[in-house]
Structure formats: structure tokens, C-alpha cells
Design a protein around this ligand. Structure first.
Ligand code: NAD
Length: 300
């Protein structure tokens, strides 16, 4: 199958490589020459323009930063140049309103389109173990599934247009709030004189357990290997967590939902990013919650 892949950054680069590895002809386009060079080295064919990538595609995958990029690429390119028979899949994390609007325009133009955001970071994109949450029709889901299965370990139909994005931001709001609470609990445990490994051993088997604690512990040397053990490098950047929390808060406001914990998490991550923590893994929030965690060199 000939697949157009637009957006070959941290996530899209590995995803496109996995589609090529599975035997598809992947015609790739990105604004960045470095990204195109990497795609070529990973078995993709590089296109000179988005139009050239899309023309004759049987499937189109986009993995772009935010809603404005997705709206622009679809309105000025994909919906003008792709064959009507192509299945369109946007895997970016964007706001629900833009996802619904673009999918509505695609449908009106005679296309089948799904929103298919992912959970799992760069390692999962490279390893083909992402979880996809799909918004769109039953037919769209069935047509998208064989492509997405080449890039992920789970492909789940969340509901109609925009439902994949809704599931993604609700999940990440929960993740942001549980990570903040987990950081607070470890800082308090330390101040109360508890050994942090002992607290982990207890809480990971008690009712305070969560993914943030047992799979992604923010304390170096405690629990499984996590970004905390690499001085919070790599992993899921705090700036991206802030982006997802902002999307969740916008959606909550539009839907009239009361989300005070999500709001607190957004405020905490905003402060952390303002202090220069945006590029660090999101579990580095613990360094702001108790600044005795910050090395003297970083404080000055
Ligand atoms: P990235 O910034 O590394 O990659 C985005 C790519 O899109 C860049 O290479 C950029 O040049 C390209 N691009 C932008 N506008 C374009 C255009 N008009 N035409 C062609 N290419 C264009 O971002 P990323 O980390 O790969 O994330 C992509 C999406 O995946 C985001 O929506 C993000 O929220 C989501 N996501 C990221 C992670 C993660 O851990 N990085 C995890 C889950 C979801």
C-alpha cells in the first residue's frame, strides 16, 4: 500500500519507519530536512512537497505538533490533493473542536477520516508499541486499524469523530494529576522521616498505588528504571504535559465539566515550565515541589 506520512518528528519518524518495515511504500514529507534525511535512512521515500506525497496515496497519516498545523495541512493540502478513496488518519494530539471540524470537512468532501492520537512516548513510537485511541465511524475504524496495528500494540475505538482526542486528554489529565500527587506524597514522606524505598514498597501495594508510582516513579533509585534515573532526560517532556493539560482545561470549559484537580495540575506544570523545566521529563515536577531536590548548581 502507498502511504503518505506528514510530520516526521520525534514520534512520526519512528512510526513511519515501522510502516516501511511492514512492507508499505511510505512517501514522507516534513518541513525539516533533518527529519526527511532520517526518514530516508529508515526506508521511506522522500517527497518534495506535501502535494507530491499525498497524490496517489491509499492512506494518509499526519503526526503534527498542534491543531493549527493539522487544520492547515488538511485544508490547504490533504483535502485538495488526496484521492477520495484514501483513508485519512490524524495521529497528532490536538483539541477536540479542531478534530471534529476537520473531520466534518473531510466527510463533506467525500473522505473517510479518523482522529487516532497515541499514548506511549518516543520509545513506543520507535518500538511499534503505541496505544491508539480512535474517533470516527465504524467503517473508518476498520479501514484505519490495519495501518495503525503496524505501529502499535493496541488500537481501540473510542467513539465518533473527536472521541479519540477526548480519550487522550482525559487520560493525560489523570496522568498529570496523579504524577503531581505522587511527587507530593514522596516529598511529604521524606519530610516525615520515612525511607523513600520503604514508602514505595508500602504504597505500591496499598490503595495509593497508581501508574505514576509503580511504572514511572519520580524518585531516582526507587521502583523500576524511569527518567528519574537519567536525571529526568528523555521520556515525556513537561512542556507536552502542559500542552495536554491546557487542551483538557479548554475542553472542560467548553463541556461545562468541573475539573479542579486538572486545573491544579495545569497551574503546577505552567509554573514548572516557566522556571525552565519544559524540556525535562514531566516527573521532574518533584524538583519544584520540594526544591531541596534541586542541585545547588541549578538553583543559582
Ligand atoms: P515534533 O515537534 O518532534 O514533530 C512534529 C513534526 O511536524 C516536525 O518534524 C515538524 O517539522 C513537522 N511539521 C510541522 N508543520 C508541518 C507542516 N505544515 N508540514 C509538514 N511537516 C510539518 O513533535 P512530536 O514529539 O513528534 O509530537 C507530534 C504529536 O504527537 C504532538 O501532537 C504531540 O503532542 C503528540 N505526542 C507526542 C508524544 C511524545 O512523547 N513526544 C507522545 C504522545 C503524543
Amino acid at each position: 500500500m502507498r502511504i503518505a506520512f506528514i510530520g516526521l518528528g520525534n514520534m512520526g519518524g519512528g512510526m513511519a519507519a515501522n510502516l516501511a518495515k511492514a512492507g508499505h511504500k511510505v512517501v514522507a514529507f516534513d518541513l525539516s530536512q533533518d527529519a526527511l534525511d532520517r526518514a530516508k535512512a529508515n526506508g521511506c521515500t522522500v517527497a518534495k512537497s506535501a502535494e507530491a506525497a499525498i497524490k496517489d496515496a491509499e492512506a494518509v497519516v499526519t503526526m503534527l505538533p498542534a491543531g493549527k498545523h493539522v487544520a492547515e495541512v488538511f485544508r490547504t493540502n490533504v483535502l485538495l490533493n488526496a484521492p477520495k478513496s484514501a483513508i485519512l488518519m490524524d495521529c497528532s494530539t490536538i483539541d477536540v473542536a479542531t478534530a471534529k471540524a476537520v473531520e466534518g470537512e473531510a466527510q463533506a468532501a467525500g473522505y473517510t477520516m479518523v482522529d487516532a492520537p497515541v499514548s506511549g512516548g518516543i520509545a513506543a513510537a520507535d518500538g511499534g508499541t503505541l496505544t491508539f485511541m480512535i474517533g470516527g465511524s465504524d467503517d473508518g475504524f476498520e479501514r484505519a486499524r490495519p495501518f495503525l496495528e503496524k505501529m502499535g500494540k493496541a488500537v481501540i475505538h473510542a467513539g465518533g469523530p473527536g472521541a479519540g482526542q477526548a480519550a487522550k486528554i482525559c487520560n493525560n489529565m489523570l496522568l498529570g494529576a496523579t504524577m503531581a500527587a505522587t511527587c507530593e506524597a514522596f516529598v511529604l514522606a521524606g519530610k516525615l522521616g520515612l525511607d523513600l524505598q520503604t514508602f514505595y514498597d508500602i504504597s505500591s501495594k496499598a490503595s495509593g498505588q497508581s501508574w505514576s508510582m509503580t511504572s514511572y516513579c519520580p524518585v531516582p533509585g526507587v521502583g523500576p528504571q524511569t527518567p528519574a534515573d537519567r536525571d529526568y532526560q528523555g521520556g515525556f517532556a513537561a512542556a507536552l504535559m502542559l500542552k495536554d493539560l491546557k487542551l483538557a482545561m479548554e475542553a472542560a470549559q467548553a463541556a461545562g465539566a468541573y475539573t479542579p484537580m486538572g486545573g491544579e495540575a495545569e497551574e503546577l506544570y505552567q509554573r514548572f515550565v516557566d522556571r525552565g523545566g519544559g524540556a525535562r521529563d514531566f516527573s521532574a515536577l518533584i524538583k519544584m515541589i520540594d526544591d531541596s531536590w534541586i542541585a545547588p548548581a541549578e538553583k543559582s
